[in-house]
Write a protein that binds this ligand. Structure first.
Ligand SMILES: [Zn+2]
Length: 533
């Protein structure tokens, strides 16, 4: 009898004595920093004590996470991160691609049937994002899970939020408000209207952006080019002030204040334990600062150190509300950034670094094509171009009796020595492309939207018509290698050197939280849960 008592009740007693462990976190927070290169996390760590410090010191840090597509731009990165699929499957092949039917450039999130609510501006929705993403899978795995996605950039917020979120909001440069489109409802949520009513962006009028003592270039161990501090915010409210806030660390602070309001108003993470909620938050100001001043500037150092504090505030706020152990955090970026060529030469003596205008490259391409096809005089070869893609002008080709196949093949095989370009790739003949670039190209092409030919800019060449600043878009390590860190709920601190793809984030998050995706959804990424301690 006694023995039976033990066999029956002991396991039950042990179960009861076991520390209660939720099967899923109360809240999943995905933090995406626009243009944050992988090296930033370590580079500024001596000055950081907040959110980035938490990720770096307490997270599972994938040290070698890369994008496997090109061009490396915002819309692609944010869609890959949450979809676990590359652009060949998401259909998001560029921030803007050339639409051969309409004969004009198409914005990645444009959707004429989803106008903005109460604002003028481009009509937008996730319609162009093919298939579901982590946000959608979360909702179907946990009915009642709520999804809110916010950013200063519309495209970042929209592609992260998936197809059925509760709310997606972004910053209007025109009004300084957080806005949304008809896709998400018939009105701006009342709680967002309340926040907008405070006109918080105007509180930055006349403020000065000067470096924090901790980020002063003398205190920074990394070499830097001279900064242009201080930066004064315009004194008048309006578009100029909104743009200036967006282009400074104040933009991150502003978004963080909105995030706190979103969490409070919606009781995110308080689903009575029945379903985890998701907050996706895209910090955009780092991209604006990086474009203007470059990754070696005191401005980007101060932007990062302030962002560390800003994300730290969000963490403190959430930890107090929900308890630190109930929140699963992820940190990544949509792409990295190329050093400004002048800084690259000055600081690291890299003679390959150069700034070129694309028009010189274009002239060389066109004159070589003219010679190959014996075109007398001028011909309008291209209808559209984006970072790394060229679209032939098909009407013009037809007029000259040149097939698209012949033009693409000639460009890929016969056009040589174009300044700043290492190679051209015909999208219909990618199967035979060898080396690292082969899979990158095959992951990138969605034929209906992609260019006829992709081009590979030379490493350290910046195509720019501006005399200063920098950009991104290439498949070189400085643009592809980004942070990828999980932290919080059940995640132990560790550094993982193994090469992974950024597309692994969504399936890994899903695997950790009991989220399933439909069999019909073919992913490029794979779960890395097995690499976690
Ligand atoms: Zn950018």
């Amino acid at each position: 009898m006694r023995k039976r008592f033990c066999t029956l009740l002991l396991p039950i007693l042990l179960l009861l004595l076991r520390p209660l462990q939720a099967e899923h976190p109360k809240l999943i927070v995905v933090v995406i920093v626009d243009q944050m290169r992988a090296d930033y996390l370590e580079r500024f760590s001596a000055q950081e004590t907040g959110g980035l410090h938490f990720f770096n010191s307490r997270g599972a840090n994938f040290l070698n996470a890369n994008y496997e597509h090109m061009p490396t731009e915002t819309c692609l990165g944010h869609s890959v991160l949450l979809a676990g699929r590359n652009p060949a499957r998401t259909g998001i092949v560029a921030n803007e691609w050339y639409d051969r039917e309409t004969g004009r450039m198409t914005y990645c999130v444009e959707d004429a049937s989803s106008p903005l609510i109460g604002e003028s501006g481009e009509a937008v929705s996730p319609k162009n994002l093919l298939g579901d993403n982590f946000a959608d899978w979360l909702q179907s795995s946990y009915p009642g899970a709520r999804i809110i996605s916010i950013s200063l950039k519309d495209r970042a917020a929209i592609v992260m939020g998936g197809h059925h979120p509760q709310a997606v909001l972004w910053f209007s440069h025109e009004t300084g408000n957080f806005v949304t489109s008809r896709y998400y409802g018939n009105q701006v949520p009342v709680w967002a209207q309340e926040f907008n009513g405070r006109h918080m962006v105007n509180s930055y009028a006349g403020q000065q952006w000067a470096p924090l003592p901790a980020s002063d270039s003398h205190a920074d161990p990394t070499k830097q080019v001279g900064g242009q501090f201080p930066h004064l915010m315009p004194k008048q409210s309006g578009r100029l002030l909104n743009d200036a806030v967006y282009g400074s660390p104040f933009g991150d602070e502003f978004l963080e204040a909105f995030a706190e309001h979103v969490i409070k108003a919606n009781h995110l993470g308080e689903n009575q334990g029945s379903a985890p909620d998701l907050l996706a938050i895209g910090f955009s100001s780092n991209d604006a600062v990086g474009h203007t001043y470059g990754p070696d500037s005191p401005e980007i150092a101060d932007e990062q150190i302030r962002l560390d504090r800003t994300i730290g505030h969000l963490m403190e706020f959430l930890n107090t509300r929900l308890g630190a152990d109930n929140i699963l955090w992820a940190l990544s970026a949509d792409h990295g950034v190329e050093p400004a060529p002048e800084a690259e030469q000055q600081l690291r003596g890299n003679k390959a670094a150069r700034r070129l205008s694309f028009s010189a490259a274009m002239q060389s391409i066109q004159s070589q094509l003219n010679a190959i096809f014996k075109i007398p005089g001028e011909m309008h070869w291209f209808a559209g171009r984006t970072d790394t893609m060229l679209y032939f002008d098909r009407t013009e080709l037809a007029r000259h009796n040149i097939s698209i196949a012949a033009a693409s093949e000639a460009l890929a095989k016969q056009v040589k020595s174009v300044p700043g370009i290492d190679g051209f790739y015909d999208v219909t003949r990618l199967e035979s492309v060898e080396g690292w670039i082969g899979p990158v190209l095959r992951n990138s092409v969605f034929p209906k939207r992609s260019g006829d030919v992709y081009y590979l800019p030379s490493q350290w060449t910046l195509f720019s018509s501006k005399p200063t600043g920098t950009s991104h878009g290439d498949p070189w390590p400085y643009d592809r290698h980004v942070p990828l860190v999980l932290a919080g709920w059940h995640v132990k601190a560790q550094r993982i050197a193994r090469n992974v793809q950024v597309a692994d984030l969504a399936p890994t998050l899903a695997d950790l939280t009991g989220v399933h995706w439909p069999k019909s959804e073919v992913l490029d990424g794979k779960s890395r849960k097995g690499l976690l301690k």
